[in-house]
Design a protein around this ligand. Structure first.
Ligand code: HEC
Length: 120
């Protein structure tokens, strides 16, 4: 009986952890080049406001590489899956793209990034 109570308490606690806000530290290295707001001023990369569900190369103020412009012309959208692959290996998804950021092999870190990027 006792064990069940402990297990239930643990389950409740893990549920609470899931409901917590995203780990925004994951986005710190990206901030040098990207902003999460539309009025971000000049950065070396496009703004990423609402990027999940947005067309690839969807910042009208940014001059994208031919690779990303071709993807936009094809109608590619940033789904979670595509974004996860892009962060894991940019070159594999859009060869010749200009994002000079190292591949992120850590799935937990990518999940944190998707969490941050998924906020409106
Ligand atoms: C050194 C600068 C730099 C860093 C650091 C960087 N990026 Fe980028 N990022 C770019 C550039 C430049 C592009 C545009 C690439 C192109 O045109 O091919 C881009 C494109 C993107 C896109 C596609 C945007 C769109 O509108 O289609 C996403 C998503 C993205 N970056 C996410 C990230 C994330 C998440 C991080 C942190 C892990 C990160 N970037 C780190 C420079 C950077």
């Amino acid at each position: 009986m006792r064990l069940w109570i402990v297990a239930a308490a643990l389950l409740a606690a893990s549920g609470a952890a899931r409901a917590q806000p995203c780990d925004v530290r994951a986005f710190e290295p990206c901030q040098a080049c990207h902003a999460l707001t539309r009025d971000a001023g000049q950065k070396p990369g496009p703004q990423l406001a609402g990027v999940i569900g947005r067309p690839v190369a969807g910042d009208p103020a940014f001059d994208y590489s031919p690779a990303l412009r071709a993807a936009r012309a094809k109608g590619d959208i940033w789904t979670r899956e595509r974004l996860d692959l892009f962060l894991a290996d940019t070159e594999a998804v859009y060869p010749g793209g200009w994002m000079g950021s190292p591949p992120i092999r850590d799935a937990k870190l990518r999940a944190d990034l998707l969490c941050v990027l998924g906020k409106p």
